[in-house]
Design a protein around this ligand. Structure first.
Ligand SMILES: [Zn+2]
Ligand SMILES: [Zn+2]
Length: 269
C-alpha cells in the first residue's frame, strides 16, 4: 500500500469515509503524511521547550515554597482550562464550517466522519489526527518560549498547550476498548484524569449536542447544565443566520453508520 502523498489525497480519503456506509478498508486513510508528522513533532517540541525552560529557570532559583505552589496551581489551571477549550473547539468544529474552511477544514470533516464511524478514530496514526492542533500550538507557544522568562507562565502554557493539543488523542483513547489501552492510559482514565468512554458515550447519542469536552470531561456537566453553548448557538443564529449542525438532527451526518462499542449504544439500539 502506498501512502497519500499530499493533502489532496487526505481530503479524498476523508470524503470517502464520510460518504461510506461501511468501515474504511483503505489503510491509507489511517496513515499520517510526513507533513503531518513534521507538524506534530513541531507542536510537541514547542510544548516540551515551555516545560523544560520552566524547569531550568526554577532549578537556578533559590528554593521557595511559594514558587512551588504557584507552579502547581499554574499546571492545574492549564489542565483544567484545556478541558474547557477542548469542549468549545469540539463544539465549534462539530457545528460550524466545512471542508473549505481555512486551516480547520480537514478537522471539521474528520469530526463529522467520526460521528458516522466512531470507532475508526482508534485506527488513525496520532500525527494524522493531531497535526492541525499541533501547528496552531507551535504558532501560539513559540513566541512565549522566546520572550518569557517567567517559570510559572511557561509551566501554565506548557501544560495548557500540551493537554489542548492532545485532547483529540484523549478522545481517541476513550473509544479504544479497555483491554487494548496502554496500562498507564487505563489507569489515568480510572483516576478520572483522562476522559473515559462512559463519560463520552452520550456525545454519540441523540441529540448529539452534549459532552463535548475531551481532556478530563470535567467541564461537560457545567456546559450541559447551563446550556451556555445552546445560548451561543441561538445568539450566532440571530446575528448570522447560520444554523449549527446539531439543530438538524436527526440527519445522516450525525447517525453512526458503523458499529459502536456496546457501551456507546443507546438502550434502543
Ligand atoms: Zn463530536
Ligand atoms: Zn467520540
Amino acid at each position: 500500500m502506498h501512502r497519500p502523498s499530499s493533502m489532496a489525497n487526505q481530503q479524498n480519503n476523508i470524503s470517502t469515509i464520510i460518504t461510506s456506509t461501511k468501515p474504511i478498508n483503505d489503510e491509507n486513510y489511517y496513515k499520517a503524511t510526513w507533513a503531518h508528522r513534521a507538524w506534530f513533532a513541531t507542536g510537541c517540541t514547542a510544548v516540551l521547550i515551555s516545560l523544560a525552560k520552566s524547569i531550568l529557570i526554577i532549578s537556578k532559583m533559590p528554593p521557595a515554597p511559594k514558587t512551588c505552589l504557584h507552579l502547581t496551581l499554574a499546571a492545574a489551571l492549564g489542565y483544567l482550562l484545556a478541558d474547557l477549550v477542548s469542549g468549545i473547539y469540539h463544539w465549534a468544529v462539530d457545528n460550524y464550517g466545512s471542508a473549505a474552511t481555512p486551516i480547520f477544514g480537514s478537522q471539521i470533516e474528520s469530526f463529522r466522519a467520526h460521528h458516522q464511524h466512531p470507532s475508526e478514530i482508534t485506527k488513525c496514526e496520532t500525527a494524522g489526527i493531531l497535526y492541525t492542533l499541533a501547528a496552531v500550538t507551535a504558532a501560539a507557544v513559540t513566541p512565549v518560549n522566546v520572550f518569557s522568562g517567567d517559570p510559572v507562565l511557561l509551566a501554565f502554557v506548557g501544560v495548557f498547550a500540551g493537554c489542548s493539543m492532545f485532547s483529540i488523542k484523549f478522545h481517541a483513547w476513550a473509544h479504544v476498548p479497555r483491554k487494548r489501552l496502554p496500562a498507564v492510559v487505563a489507569a489515568l482514565q480510572d483516576a478520572g484524569i483522562l476522559m473515559r468512554l462512559s463519560q463520552h458515550a452520550p456525545h454519540h447519542r441523540p441529540p448529539y449536542n452534549s459532552n463535548y469536552c475531551t481532556v478530563s470531561g470535567i467541564w461537560n456537566r457545567v456546559l450541559d447544565e447551563t446550556k451556555v453553548l445552546a445560548a451561543v448557538e441561538a445568539a450566532l443564529y440571530r446575528v448570522t443566520g447560520v444554523r449549527p449542525r446539531s439543530w438538524s438532527e436527526p440527519i445522516s451526518e450525525w447517525t453512526p453508520r458503523t458499529q459502536m462499542l456496546d457501551e456507546m449504544k443507546p438502550a434502543s439500539f
